[in-house]
Design a protein around this ligand. Structure first.
Ligand SMILES: Cc1ncc(COP(=O)(O)O)c(C=O)c1O
Length: 398
């Protein structure tokens, strides 16, 4: 009898699993679920924005209608009705209706990023992201062994001049991933002027822009600058999600961009989940066509807008000069910069002991950075909790 070998998984795991960015996200999700703390940690929508009975009614109607399509496999690109609904919505909101071959429905924005990685990134390819950026995107690109490099942000979003310097210096990234509206984690938005400059640079250097519009509809103001996709559909892949406007449990998003690229994403999707859930697609379509999505978005904007105001007022009152922070015009987050000598990870630990969960900055950077930054989310806390939590945080800082 041969001697039994102990199965050692660490020797089996593929190289692409070793990038190690995942722990940060897992820690954030764990913090977000912690009990008995005021959580400014996860970027979760408030359950009071979820649709509830309207979805139950639609589901019953779908069952009674006898149409099998919500319960059947769907075409990889999406069902015709939901695709038409999303294309119409893009036309209304962005001023451009995608051609049929330019739009794909995905299982959330994260899947769209994963598909972009799969379709575009070879081992060692350079992918540019904002520094800081959404950790899920870094993980998606790193899982294809991309070399992820950060381009810094300021109060007007991505510093486009820095990007141009890199490109002029000979850097040839496969793509630039950017969150132009109410950025995660920094809460800043790309100015109109920089949007124009960015698409010009992209066209000049033949650079693909991947624009994540996760928070775009959750703007607190009426006016908003055009999306990058609306400005330059020839060089932009826009990735969007219904997680913040419908509900995350439905796992539904979209990718819209040049037909040649979308065809490759459809190819990539064929051996992930093959199609986004047909039931979710039909629920979204019916909900949206009845005007309920727009009504829900309006309510969500008002809710998050007043929470943001409450958080900024509490920061002004109880943190004051001990730190600085961004003043978001939409979305879920503000980004604190702590005084020199303060360690954000250590502060997050002390905050947790004081009953407040925050996310320290380092996981939002693909390399060094964030040691003096903290992300605060105001999306799933009441105004009373905001006042109480910021008072406790302020006591640790002042
Ligand atoms: C910038 C950004 N993109 C994408 C997502 C995830 O979207 P989805 O739930 O559709 O995968 C998030 C969620 O936190 C996000 O902050």
């Amino acid at each position: 009898m041969a001697v039994e070998q102990r199965l050692r998984f660490d020797t089996l795991f593929a190289e692409r699993t070793r990038a190690g960015a995942g722990e940060g996200l897992i820690a954030i999700l764990a913090l977000a679920g912690a009990k008995d703390v005021i959580s400014f940690a996860g970027g979760f929508p408030d359950p009071q924005t979820f649709p509830g009975p309207a979805v139950a009614d639609i589901l019953r109607e779908l069952v009674e209608d006898g149409d099998a399509s919500p319960f059947q496999y769907a075409p990889t690109q999406g069902l015709a009705g939901p695709l038409d609904f999303v294309a119409g919505r893009l036309e209304r909101l962005e001023g451009r209706r995608p051609e049929e071959a330019e739009l794909l429905l995905t299982s959330g924005a994260v899947e769209a990023l994963e598909l972009a990685g799969k379709a575009l990134v070879d081992r060692g390819d350079c992918v540019l992201v904002e520094a800081p950026t959404y950790l899920g995107a870094v993980m998606a690109f790193q899982s294809f062994e991309a070399r992820v490099m950060g381009v810094p942000l300021d109060g007007e979003g991505l510093i486009v001049d820095d990007l141009e310097r890199h490109l002029a210096g000979g850097l040839r990234p496969k793509l630039l991933y950017t969150i132009p509206d109410h950025q995660n984690p920094a809460g800043v938005s790309l100015s109109h002027e920089r949007r124009l400059a960015l698409v010009e640079i992209a066209r000049h250097h033949g650079l693909l822009l991947v624009e994540d519009v996760a928070y775009r509809e959750l703007s607190f103001a009426e006016e908003r600058p055009p999306s990058l996709w609306a400005l330059a559909p020839d060089v932009v892949l826009q990735v969007g999600t219904f997680s913040k406007t419908f509900f995350p449990g439905v796992r539904l998003g979209w990718a819209v961009g040049p037909a040649e690229l979308v065809a490759k994403l459809v190819w990539a999707k064929q051996n992930t989940d093959q199609c986004a859930a047909a039931l979710g697609q039909r629920l979204l379509e019916e909900y949206g066509r009845r005007g309920l999505l727009d009504e829900g978005v309006a309510r969500a904007r008002a809710l998050y807008g007043s929470r943001c105001d409450a958080m900024l007022a509490a920061l002004d009152r109880d943190v004051g000069p001990a730190a600085t922070w961004t003043r978001p015009s939409g979305g879920f987050f503000t980004w604190l910069e702590l005084p020199a000598g303060t360690d954000a990870v250590e502060l997050a630990g002390r905050a947790l002991e004081a009953g407040v969960a925050v996310v320290p900055g380092p996981p939002f950077f693909s390399a060094e950075g964030g040691e003096r930054h903290v992300r605060l989310s105001f999306s799933r806390v009441s105004e009373e909790e905001i006042d109480d939590g910021i008072l406790r945080l302020g006591a640790l800082l002042t």
